[in-house]
Write a protein that binds this ligand. Structure first.
Ligand code: MG
Ligand code: ZN
Length: 227
């Protein structure tokens, strides 16, 4: 057992190094990148599509999709924004090397916001930073209110938490207060947006968060340009 520990550490060090390279390349081009993580079926692709539809006339967007289904990439491509698929070869998470390898397919100079859809999984994506700026975790009402208690690492590392499918709260035994207590114990004050991709409920607040984050990235880029 003790022999395996250095190997794991090497993998994590290599990932961290590549994540730093990814971040430097994104920052150089003034691109803000979000890493969207969730269980299968929580609505990663639907959040991405609704976000694109709402923002594509004001922000230059691109997407990278690492989720397993090609059908998701086709749905995103229908919005008209450039989308790149990462073939994870069956891996249950994206890593920084996969994102680094995909970046040459993205026209970074013409992109302000890059949405990265991770593989549907609440466990290991949390352990592989990609070099993106913010981790967006999406939970959903039908999955149950105990997810923060079962997957603490994922919820602890979130910069933003979306609770999707709130239109189903009337039909599901989901205790929002219990869910939030679990989240707050792990990640006090995390930005939290209850949303529904089906009805659009709650999206305005989430979109305002995205606009503000992109605005900060653009201002940083201007400062670098002047410096
Ligand atoms: Mg998907
Ligand atoms: Zn994995």
């Amino acid at each position: 057992m003790s022999k395996t520990i250095p190997v794991v550490k090497d993998i994590m060090d290599a990932n961290a190094q590549l994540a730093a390279q990814v971040r430097a390349k994104l920052d150089e081009a003034g691109v803000l990148a979000l890493n969207l993580m969730a269980s299968p079926g929580a609505g990663k692709t639907s959040v991405i599509i609704r976000t694109i539809e709402a923002l594509k006339d004001e922000i230059r967007l691109a997407a990278i999709d690492g989720d397993v289904a090609a059908i998701d990439v086709e749905r995103i491509a229908e919005t008209g924004i450039p989308v790149t698929q990462i073939n994870t070869g069956g891996s249950c998470h994206l890593d920084a090397n996969m994102l680094w390898s995909a970046l040459p397919s993205v026209d970074l100079e013409s992109t302000e916001l890059l949405l990265v859809e991770n593989v549907g999984n609440l466990i290991c994506p949390a352990s592989f930073p990609l070099g993106t700026h913010y981790s967006v975790v999406i939970a959903s009402v039908p999955e149950g209110d105990d997810k923060p208690y079962k997957y603490p690492t994922m919820f602890k590392g979130a910069d933003v938490l979306l609770l999707n499918k709130v239109d189903m709260l009337a039909y599901e035994p989901f205790d929002v207060e219990y869910f939030r207590r679990g989240v707050e114990a792990l990640n006090p004050g995390v930005a939290f947006f209850p949303i529904s991709c089906r009805t659009g409920e709650g999206f305005d607040a989430w979109l305002d968060w995205v606009r503000a984050a992109v605005g900060r990235a653009v201002r940083d880029d201007d400062r670098r340009g002047r410096g």
